[in-house]
Write a protein that binds this ligand. Structure first.
Ligand code: GRF
Length: 213
């Protein structure tokens, strides 16, 4: 599986995928990193390990469809057959999503379907939920929707702030994203309507991470 990783910023999740690839734990190859933001820190992470990176700047396109088409071309040019969104801050249009149906996944810093969109940690704290975490899901046209592949959970502590929560959730993201990619690359993830079935998953009795790789 040849992956294209789409980013907009610091790229710590991209780094977790790179790290997994470097130690042979990804079962896939990151063939391209594409950012819509020229200054994105993740671009340097890619170039440090010799992964081709490109900027497709959304500001240079009048229409979203044209931006999406430029992304599509860059991905195809790099021989990509699967796309990982990793902090990519643009909404992809219907055509792109349909062209790449079941071949685009996203990581989101909440337990979907709770807290779609931005400021997830502030909103989790405001809502007084006791647990939060991250979700890896297939991308559909609606924001932060689509069959859920993996979720990882952590408790919210009495003194948590949006910042402390963001830091702990991010650590969880870095473990979960490479695991999800690996499961897909190994052909163990099957979409079944709105849900995902995992083949040969070893399920743990630890309620915080279900299932494990
Ligand atoms: C992560 O919290 C991810 O879940 C969200 O955007 C953030 C990106 O962080 N979609 P990074 O650029 O991977 O460090």
């Amino acid at each position: 599986m040849k992956i294209g990783v789409l980013i907009s910023g610091r790229g710590s999740n991209l780094q977790s995928l790179i790290n997994a690839q470097l130690v042979g734990q990804l079962s896939a190859e990151i063939a391209a990193v594409i950012s819509n933001v020229p200054e994105a820190g993740g671009l340097e992470r890619a170039s440090k390990v010799g992964i081709a990176s490109t900027v497709v700047n959304h500001r240079q396109f009048d229409k979203r469809d044209d931006f999406d088409e430029a992304l599509n071309k860059a991905l195809l040019l790099a021989g990509v057959d699967f796309v990982c969104l990793a902090g990519f801050m643009r909404i992809l249009g219907d055509d792109f999503v349909n062209n790449w149906k079941d071949r685009v996944i996203n990581i989101h810093p909440s337990l979907l379907p709770a807290f779609k969109g931005l400021n997830t940690h502030e909103r989790a704290l405001e809502a007084g939920v006791r647990f939060t975490g991250c979700t890896i899901h297939f991308v559909r046209s609606a924001l932060d929707e689509g069959p859920i592949i993996l979720q990882a959970v952590l408790p919210i502590l009495p003194d948590d702030t949006p910042q402390s929560l963001a830091a702990r959730v991010l650590q969880l993201e870095h473990k979960t994203y490479p695991t999800a990619v690996r499961m897909i690359a190994e052909g163990r993830v099957q979409i079944d309507g709105k849900c995902v079935k995992i083949k040969d998953g070893s399920f743990t009795s630890d309620p915080m991470i279900i299932p494990t790789d």
